[in-house]
Write a new protein. Structure first.
Length: 158
């Protein structure tokens, strides 16, 4: 297995199918059957789990693991990493905020690194569509708080 893509999901019934279709189509073309998409619904109260389960029936590289108790995005990502069998493992959000082309671009640039992070905050980053001012402010404050609490040096913790 070349690559594992983890998608944590919390009440994403309106967006998950679009993301799955985009990612599956793109990576099927790039890797044939040598990839997996692992969706980890996290104690959802909507139909996210059922939508992913239905999708996985006709898309064998898609797996779903339902977390019965809420563990947050980090817990869902960690569970996905535990289940992943790819040589390379990454995660993306269920809302397709990082499209498959950009995710693949990260993969092609990993070279000899042990990890790589995509960020909207680095110099030269192109964010399309532009984010709302309130999104930028709340993201900035959250990021600052996390960096202070955990002593992280990453400019973009998410």
């Amino acid at each position: 297995m070349k690559i594992s893509i983890i998608i944590p999901a919390y009440n994403e019934e309106k967006r998950i199918l679009h993301t799955l279709e985009k990612y599956y189509t793109f990576f099927k073309e790039k890797f044939q059957d040598n990839f997996e998409i692992i969706v980890v619904p996290n104690n959802c109260s909507d139909h996210t789990f059922n939508i992913v389960k239905q999708f996985s029936m006709n898309h064998p590289q898609t797996k779903v693991f339902n977390l019965p108790n809420y563990s947050g995005k980090g817990g869902a990502v960690m569970k996905g990493f535990e289940l992943a069998i790819g040589d390379y493992i990454g995660f993306t959000d269920a809302d397709n905020s990082t499209n498959p082309e950009n995710f693949y671009n990260l993969y092609t640039h990993i070279e000899n690194s042990s990890g790589i992070i995509g960020s909207r905050k680095i110099k030269g980053a192109v964010v399309n569509p532009k984010r709302k001012l309130t999104q930028n402010i709340s993201s900035f404050l959250f990021n600052k708080l996390i960096r202070i609490l955990f002593g992280l040096k990453f400019l973009d913790t998410q």
